[in-house]
Design a protein around this ligand. Sequence first.
Ligand SMILES: [Zn+2]
Length: 80
Amino acid sequence: MATQPIALGPDPASLTCPHCHARVTTTMKAAANTKTHIIALILCVCLCIPCVCIPYCCDSCQTLQHYCPNCQAYLGSYAN
Ligand SMILES: [Zn+2]
């Protein structure tokens, strides 16, 4: 059986982990993506250097990554 891509949203999802086959609720981590870097660059050019940290602290500017809390496997991501 092929592993199907998992449709994941901005909230923790309840699913069966394809790696350890446990029924889990995903844990989420925010990761910087291209949009984060672009916003940081714009802030750097237009405003001031300390502002570039803003997009890295703002979840809406980052990709949310879902992980299995049981086996720590990466399950998928949700890009805003
Ligand atoms: Zn797992």
